[in-house]
Design a protein around this ligand. Structure first.
Ligand code: NDP
Ligand code: MG
Length: 391
C-alpha cells in the first residue's frame, strides 16, 4: 500500500484526486487546504489522514475543533505546509492554486518522491529550477494538466529527437465567439461559466481569457524541454482531443478523452501502469465531428504575451504569473474590467523588464519568490495608476 499526500485537497483537483484514491486503496498521510476547513476535516476523517494542514494560521482553531476526536493532527501556516511536504510519501499531488503551490512542491522533491503536478504555476514561475531539483533528488514529476498528460502519453516510448511539434488544444472558453467589445465588459460570473470543464474559479476565468492556455504553453516548454516555436495552440471547442504530438515522419499522435480531470489524475496515480478510471466512455459516432481552428490573438492577447515571455527567458515567467494573479484578483473583485487583465500583465512585464535578475535564469527558490513579490507590487502599481477603476 502506498502512502499518499494531497496538497490543495479541498479544491477541484484535490476532490477528484481523493475520489480516485478512495478506489485505489492507498493510504492517505497528509491533506492540505486553505479556508475550507470544514471540507478539509471531513476529508481527513473519511480518508483516515494522519495530518491536516490549513495554509492560514487564523483557520487553525476551526480546523482543530472540526478534527476533535478524529485522530488526525491539525496544523496551520506556510511552514506547516513545508513540513507536510517533508513527510515521507510515495506519491504527492500538488494541487494548490497559484504560485503558493511552488514552495511545498519544491520541498516535496527533496525526498525523491513522485510529484503529480497539477500546479502549472510552479513550472511557469520556476520551471528550470524545479526540473533540475527533481533530477538532482531522483524525484519524478508527472504532469496532471490534461494537455500535458496527453503529450506525456503520446510520447511514451518515442525518441524526443523525432518530435517536430506539439499541439495543445483549448476549448476557447465561454467567450470563444464573443466580440472584443462584449469580452471587454464580461463579468466574473460570465467568465467562470466554462462550457466543458468543471474547475476551480481561478482557472475557469483564466480559460476565458486564454491566460490558462498561455500558462500551459510555457508549462509545455518547461516540462518537455521543447522549443517555443514548436509549440502550437488550436482551439477545439469539444475538448475531446487534449493534445497532439507531431513526428518527423508527418504522423500525429493524438490523445482523446472525456473532459474529466479524473482521467489525467488517474493516469498519474496508476503510472507507470494503467489502472481503471471511472470516467464516461466517449461515443465517437454520436459526437460526429471534431472541430479545430486557429486561436484569435487579437481578442485573446495572453498567447502573444506567453511567446514574449518565453523569448525573454530568465524570470519573465515569474513576473507573468504573478502579474496575472494580481490582475485576476482585481477582476474577481470587479476593480478592473476583463480586458484590463492582459493590459496589466503586459505593462507589468514592460516595467519589470529592466529589474535586476529579470533576464537571468533563477538560481534559487528565494530569487524566484523575490521576483514574484516584486511583480505583485508592480502589478498593483499598474492597476492603481489606471485612469478609471470600474466594476
Ligand atoms: P481550486 O481553486 O479549486 O482549489 C485550490 C486549492 O488550493 C484549494 O485546496 C484551496 O484551499 C487551496 N489554496 C488556495 N489558496 C491557497 C494558498 N494561498 N495556500 C495554500 N493553499 C491554497 O483550484 P483547482 O483545483 O481548480 O486548481 C488547482 C491547480 O491545478 C491549479 O494550479 C490549476 O491551474 C491546476 N489545474 C486545475 C485543473 C482543474 O480542472 N481544476 C485542470 C488543470 C490544472 P481552500 O479552497 O480550502 O481555500
Ligand atoms: Mg489544461
Amino acid at each position: 500500500m502506498r502512502r499518499i499526500s494531497v496538497f490543495g485537497a479541498t479544491g477541484s483537483i484535490g476532490v477528484n484526486t481523493l475520489d480516485l484514491v478512495a478506489r485505489s486503496g492507498d493510504q492517505v498521510d497528509a491533506l492540505t487546504g486553505g479556508r475550507n476547513v470544514a471540507l478539509l476535516a471531513e476529508q481527513a476523517r473519511r480518508h483516515g489522514a494522519a495530518l491536516a494542514v490549513t495554509a492560514h494560521p487564523e483557520c487553525y482553531a476551526d480546523l482543530k475543533a472540526a478534527l476533535a476526536g478524529s485522530g488526525t493532527e491539525a496544523a496551520a501556516g506556510p511552514d506547516a505546509l513545508l513540513e507536510a511536504a517533508e513527510r515521507p510519501a510515495d506519491w504527492i499531488m500538488s494541487a494548490i492554486v497559484g504560485a503558493a503551490g511552488l514552495a511545498p512542491g519544491f520541498r516535496a522533491l527533496a525526498q525523491g518522491t513522485t510529484l503529480a503536478l497539477a500546479n502549472k504555476e510552479s513550472l511557469v514561475t520556476a520551471g528550470p529550477l524545479l526540473m533540475a531539483e527533481a533530477r538532482r533528488q531522483g524525484a519524478t514529476i508527472l504532469p496532471v494538466d490534461s494537455e500535458h498528460s496527453a503529450i506525456f502519453q503520446a510520447l511514451r516510448g518515442e525518441d524526443m529527437a523525432t518530435v517536430e511539434r506539439v499541439i495543445i488544444t483549448a476549448s476557447g472558453g465561454p467567450f470563444r465567439d464573443w466580440s472584443a467589445e462584449r469580452i471587454a465588459k464580461a463579468s466574473p460570473a460570465e467568465a467562470v461559466a466554462h462550457p466543458n470543464w468543471a474547475m476551480g474559479q481561478r482557472i475557469s476565468i483564466d480559460s476565458a481569457s486564454m491566460f490558462n492556455k498561455a500558462l500551459e504553453v510555457i508549462e509545455t516548454k518547461e516540462f518537455f524541454g521543447i522549443e517555443s516555436n514548436r509549440i502550437e495552440v488550436l482551439v477545439h471547442p469539444q475538448s475531446i482531443v487534449h493534445a497532439l504530438v507531431g513526428f518527423c515522419d508527418g504522423g500525429l499522435m493524438a490523445h482523446l478523452g472525456p473532459a474529466d480531470m479524473r482521467h489525467a489524475i488517474g493516469f498519474a496515480l496508476h503510472w507507470p501502469a494503467r489502472g481503471p478510471v471511472p470516467v464516461e466512455r466517449l461515443d465517437l459516432a454520436r459526437l460526429c465531428e471534431l472541430r479545430f481552428q486557429a486561436p484569435d490573438e487579437a481578442r485573446f492577447p495572453a498567447l502573444r504575451l506567453a511567446r514574449e515571455v518565453m523569448a525573454a527567458g530568465g524570470m519573465a515567467g515569474a513576473v507573468f504569473n504573478a502579474a496575472k494573479e494580481v490582475a485576476l484578483d482585481h477582476f474577481i473583485a470587479r476593480a478592473i474590467p476583463f480586458n484590463a487583465m492582459a493590459e496589466v500583465v503586459e505593462e507589468t512585464l514592460t516595467r519589470l523588464s529592466a529589474a535586476e535578475g529579470f533576464t537571468s535564469a533563477p538560481d534559487s527558490l528565494d530569487s524566484v519568490l523575490a521576483m514574484d513579490h516584486l511583480a505583485r507590487k508592480g502589478a498593483a502599481d499598474v492597476i492603481a495608476g489606471r485612469p478609471t477603476q470600474q466594476g
